[in-house]
Ligand binder design. Structure first.
Ligand SMILES: C[S@@+](CC[C@H](N)C(=O)[O-])C[C@H]1O[C@@H](n2cnc3c(N)ncnc32)[C@H](O)[C@@H]1O
Length: 249
């Protein structure tokens, strides 16, 4: 197995969490605070994907965000985190695969991902054209995130992945209908935070897919794919694509 591919296996994480007490991938809340402070409300119902043994959830709790639900596919880490944070009432911990979330539709205001979607990409092969199996898994994970988010809710994704890669993954208006923004932060190492706001319910997206059948075909044309590379910093991005094809997104 190639070195990085191990990050995709549950056995690797189980073994690691048997001895590792705490580790924050990329950064902790202190480094992240300026990025997410204005995006979170204390009343938000928050899902943390692939929580690991990071301090992110407990640090958020200490800042007054109490409705936090953590999932990870490693029973070892979930058991350890549950015991460690038993005093943090309202916080819940679940052994769960992020490709198959056991939550009702439109449950969460915010889904937080720090390094977990990245774990799905470690064996993707060509970064510009990931292996089909990896594409299917990424689409499944993002569909699940979209399903459990309320309309107006947002996925906050923290990663090393640059906009021309993560942007391509998230800017899929015919599938997810998200408004996507990103920011870059960090000192020695630089990270990206993507905020993808769900604009429509799953039912509305399906109706629009049918109505915009022609658009969907056009969307995979070279011209549309070129639009995806547009490095946007404001909400105009999706509208611009709609303008190109004369449809409302
Ligand atoms: C790179 S670590 C990030 C941990 C933590 N979010 C942080 O910021 O430090 C990736 C985490 O995702 C979990 N993970 C990987 N694939 C998963 C899956 N399919 N479902 C749920 N958790 C998964 C791993 O067990 C690991 O805890």
């Amino acid at each position: 197995m190639q070195c990085a591919n191990k990050y995709k296996t549950q056995s690797y994480w189980d073994e690691r969490y048997t001895s590792e007490e705490s580790y924050d991938w990329f950064c902790d809340l202190q480094a992240l605070d300026s990025q997410i402070h204005d995006l979170l409300k204390p009343t938000d119902n928050i899902l943390v994907l692939g929580c690991g043994n990071s301090t992110l959830s407990s640090s958020l709790y200490d800042k007054g965000y109490h409705n936090i639900h953590n999932i990870d596919f490693s029973p070892i880490v979930i058991d350890g985190m549950k015991r460690k944070h038993v005093s943090l009432v309202d916080m819940t911990w679940h052994v769960m695969d992020m490709l198959d979330l056991k939550f009702d539709n439109e449950t969460f205001d915010v889904v937080l991902d720090k390094g977990s979607i990245d774990a799905l990409q470690v064996d993707q092969g060509d970064v510009w054209d990931p292996r089909p199996e990896v594409k299917v898994q990424l689409e499944k994970a993002l569909s699940e995130v979209s399903r459990v988010l309320k309309v107006g809710g947002q996925l906050l994704s923290i990663t090393f992945s640059q906009p021309h890669f993560r942007g391509r993954l998230l800017y899929q208006p015919h599938t997810f209908c998200w408004n996507v923004r990103h920011s870059e932060f960090g000192t020695a190492f630089h990270y990206f935070m993507y905020s993808a706001t769900k604009r429509r319910s799953a039912e509305e997206v399906i109706v629009r897919q049918q109505e915009n059948y022609e658009f969907n075909n056009l969307y995979s044309s070279p011209a549309a794919v070129a639009c995806l590379d547009y490095d946007d910093k404001d909400d105009k991005f999706l509208c611009n694509i709609g303008d190109v094809f004369g449809v409302e997104l």
